[in-house]
Unconditional design. Sequence first.
Length: 399
Amino acid sequence: MNLVRFIAGRYLFSKKNTNAINIISGISVLIFTVGAAVMIIILSFLNGLEGLVKQMNNSFDPDLKITARYSKSFQPDSVLSVLNQLDEVELVSQTVEDNVVVRYGEAQEIARVKGVDQHFREVTSMDTFIVYGRYALEHKGKNLAIFGSAISASLNINVENDQTQAALFVPKKGVQYNSLNPEASLNTSYAMPSGIVLLNEDGDKDLIISSLEMVRELFELEKEVTALEVKVASGEIEEVREAVLAQFNDAYEVRDRSEQNEAAYKVFKTEKWATFAILTLVVLIAAFNTIGALTMLVLEKKKDISILKSMGAERGLVQRIFLSEGMFITWVGLILGLVLGIGFVLMQKHYGIIPLQGSFVDYFPVALKWTDVISVSLTISLLGLLASVYPSLKAADTK
């Protein structure tokens, strides 16, 4: 049996007596246990939220989105002719998106209107996120519109009221604003609310979806679009992207789902690692308790150290004993913390301990990643090692 591990284990697990050192050592184990468990749980919650947002974006955003690099709108014919020749392309939806002022009853807001054609519903799965009303953009020659949940709340939208229409305003092209008769310098379209869609905070906070024809008329466009949204056969996204870029060089941007939401995903990653850093700092501060416990242990075991040295123990052996003592404290706490943290995450995943209100999912999403488990294990072990170095050096110098 390894002498260093044997002596360190006896110091930690011996039941011969219970004193302040044992209590402080137990508190050190508890600190590492709680630290490891909290880090695993919080990182898993952040992973779950990121996965939920990606799932929602994957349902609303197309496989590929093609936009003009140097202008807001473009004629789609040349791009459509290329896409129609690609077997990997299943459907293409033409869309026009821009800002408007919307008025409903007495309320008024700035919004982002998106005009879509008949293929949009198949290119995305946006209709699955309708929480009130239905997916409909036209009915008996009347324009209908779907409102994001946030702006519908601001405007007090009532999809069951078939008497009040939403009015959408944009400035007319080339017409100077007339303060005496403002409506003369504005294009106006009317749409009856048909449904309310619940996406993420950024996705639906100011979103209005209506027919492509109405939005083109509102912005005085003929056949122009602001984007082509493409549904691609599974696993063929890069092939389609390369085909379009090869044909048109840098005239268009072709973005996949992750690139369409690049800012949001970067925020998630930044938040995750910022949270990890804060939790690490908290555990580091708490780990000073381990320094105190080992320092007191060194003082208590001065007689043992003297006996070991008189028997020929070298300075390095004594140092390794107390360094191993600190690592035993760290690893016991780490293992207990991982068991508790992973166990809680699995229970949340399968049984939904913590509910999530105001969302289309019933329980707070979690996702356990083994890279997080490895990162937490390495971080806690490093903190324990740092906390053990000074007491072990002090023990080695004890006479």
